[in-house]
Every structure is written in structure tokens, then in C-alpha cells.
Ligand binder design. Structure first.
Ligand code: PEP
Ligand code: MN
Length: 337
């Protein structure tokens, strides 16, 4: 149930509504907007008569949320959510570019990557230190030393950091080095991990599962939100279909669908979405046009020798050219990069 308070309703009236909902064992999640405060009541009795709250002083309207996700629904924050990671804001008018190698491979490699991505205009550097690889014999990442290198390179260029957490046991370590914790596609329905992420107060980027519907993605986000961590960013990274030409099928329509259904920012990852470097620029441009709040792209100084995902990593020239194009494209839809 979503309770929208009247414009600038006084705190004491808001508190009365919260108390009334809690009396009926609702978990109450509060979103304080510039104009309206919205209360999300989760749980509670199914037979609860919404008129009880509707008639309370200071209440503008009450909606029963019929979607299975509540806190992730657009109704909870009609104006949209802006997630802050360091100095970077994701979900505002300014589009964000997150770029960097698939994996942190060495100090030299990540220092070069920091220069390439920062010079092009990205404000967040990516790089995995714990890698979910399909084969146990593939490069698994450098672990903590990799995170250290990533943080140092980022700090030298004033970039925020995003890196993947694969397991509950890595949350504390990742939180120390990374501004955004990435949850990989293979972990989108690792519900124990999602619950733990609900307990922390760090931005989480949740990638869509390889065969997940948009509703399943939003329900996974709900696990994190219902724990009280509202800093969730969603990511479209392609899904598995019968098409084999590209590594995945990049579901661009998921971007406007998520925008309609949810207040959470949506990021597009055309690198994993296509698996091919030559397809990344057109799909990145399409994602900007479709309304993505940010792009997550793999960039490597020497993609042919990358230890992971080289085929889909842009080389420095391709990346620089693409950034020029994206900056020209964004104003067409009223945004900046
Ligand atoms: C990655 O970002 O390098 C990655 C492993 O992504 P995904 O979980 O989308 O496959
Ligand atoms: Mn990758």
C-alpha cells in the first residue's frame, strides 16, 4: 500500500499515519520527496481497509499496489530516485558513463584504463577483482590486491569505483574499496546475498539475470529495498535468446519498461549485451536514445590481450570516438553527459 501525504504535511501527521500502519503490523518505508512524503506499507493484513488511512488528517491518497514488488514500483517515488556514489549522481538529468576493463589485471593496466576512461569523460571506473567465470580454469580476478590497485587508480583521476561482489563474505571488503557494489547477472536471484545487501548503506548495481524477466529483476531489487537500502541501480545487460550472432540479446525495450514501472535508475551494459566490440557503439547510442540513466562499458588499452572479455572491450580510439558521439546525442533527448 502506498500512502501519499498532502503537500508539506507536518511531521506529526506523518508520524500518526506511520504509527497507525505499524499498529497493523505493516513495515513502513518512507520516501521524503521535495513536495510529497510517500509511505510504503509492506506486509500487514490483506484485508486491511485502506479507508482507515485515507481518512486520516494530512493524507492525500492511498493506493493498493497490485504489482508483486512494492518499494521498487514507480508509485513509491513518482519523481524517480537519484543514487549518489561518491560525487556521482545516477538517475538525474546528467547521464553517467561507467567504463573500464572487465577485470583488473595489473597496476599498469588499471592505471592506463583510468587515464583512458577519465580523459573520455567517464566519471566511474569499472574493474572486477572477483570474476564469475563460466570456466573454473579461466582468470578468476586478483582479489583484494586488485581492489587496491583499482581504488588508487580511481583516486588519482577523481573517479568513483564500481566492482563486483560475488558472495556475502566479500561485502565488507568490497565496501571498503568500491563506491558501488555490482551484483552480477548470475547472482541476481542469490536471495541470501540480496538480503545482506539490504542491510548495508552502499549503492548496489543489480544486473538483470541471464534469463530473468523484468518483473523478476524488480522483485530482486525489492529484496534489497525492503531491507532499508534504497540505493539500488538496475542494469540491462542482455538476455539469452535463440539468437547466437551476439553473445546475448540486448533488450533495449527493457529501458523504457523499467522507467515506467520503477523509480530506480537504469543502466545499460552494451558490452555484455552484445559480446562484440563492433556492436557496442551502436547499442550504446541506442541506449542513450532509449533513456538509460547511465552506461556501463568495457574498455581496455589492448583488448586483444585482455584476460577476460576482450572481444567486447572497446579500444581507446573507439571509446573516445563514442564518447564524442554520445555527448552530441544526449541533448537531443534533453540530457547531458
Ligand atoms: C561483468 O560486468 O564483467 C560481468 C561479469 O557481468 P555480467 O554479470 O552481466 O555477466
Ligand atoms: Mn565482463
Amino acid at each position: 500500500m502506498i500512502v501519499v501525504m498532502e503537500e508539506r504535511a507536518p511531521e506529526e501527521l506523518i508520524q500518526k499515519v506511520i504509527d497507525r500502519l505499524m499498529e497493523d503490523r505493516f513495515d513502513v518505508h518512507r520516501s521524503t520527496g521535495v513536495i510529497h512524503t510517500v509511505l510504503g506499507g509492506v506486509g500487514g493484513p490483506e484485508t486491511f481497509d485502506t479507508a482507515i488511512v485515507e481518512l486520516m488528517e494530512g493524507v492525500k491518497e492511498v493506493h493498493r499496489v497490485i504489482s508483486p514488488y512494492k518499494l521498487a514500483s514507480r508509485a513509491f517515488r513518482p519523481e524517480g530516485t537519484i543514487v549518489k556514489a561518491g560525487k556521482v549522481e545516477i538517475g538525474g538529468n546528467r547521464m553517467v558513463v561507467m567504463a573500464g576493463p572487465c577485470s583488473v589485471e595489473s597496476r599498469d593496466q588499471i592505471e592506463r584504463a583510468a587515464d583512458i576512461v577519465a580523459d573520455g569523460g567517464a566519471t566511474v571506473i569499472r574493474g572486477g577483482a572477483f570474476k564469475p567465470r563460466s570456466s573454473p580454469y579461466s582468470f578468476q580476478g586478483l582479489g583484494e590486491p586488485g581492489l587496491q590497485m583499482l581504488r588508487e587508480a580511481a583516486d588519482r583521476r577523481g573517479l568513483a569505483v564500481i566492482s563486483e561482489v560475488m558472495d556475502i563474505s566479500q561485502i565488507v571488503l568490497l565496501s571498503a574499496y568500491s563506491d558501488i557494489l555490482q551484483i552480477g547477472a548470475r547472482n541476481m536471484q542469490n536471495f541470501n546475498l540480496l538480503r545482506e545487501l539490504g542491510r548495508i548503506r552502499k549503492p548496489v548495481l543489480l544486473k538483470r539475470g541471464i534469463a530473468a524477466t523484468i518483473e523478476e529483476l524488480l522483485l530482486s531489487a525489492e529484496y534489497i529495498l525492503s531491507g532499508g537500502n534504497y540505493q539500488v541501480i538496475l542494469c540491462e545487460r542482455g538476455i539469452r535468446t535463440f539468437e547466437t550472432y551476439t553473445r546475448n540479446t540486448f533488450d533495449i525495450s527493457a529501458i523504457p519498461v523499467v522507467k515506467k514501472l520503477s523509480h530506480l535508475p537504469i543502466v545499460a551494459d552494451p558490452s555484455h549485451g552484445t559480446g562484440r566490440r563492433d556492436m557496442v557503439p551502436p547499442m550504446a547510442r541506442a541506449a542513450v536514445a532509449a533513456g538509460a540513466d547511465a552506461l556501463l562499458m568495457e574498455v581496455h588499452h589492448d583488448p586483444d590481450h585482455a584476460l577476460s572479455d576482450g572481444a567486447q572491450s572497446l579500444n581507446p580510439v573507439q571509446y573516445a570516438e563514442l564518447m564524442v558521439q554520445l555527448r552530441a546525442l544526449a541533448p537531443v533527448i534533453g540530457r547531458t553527459i
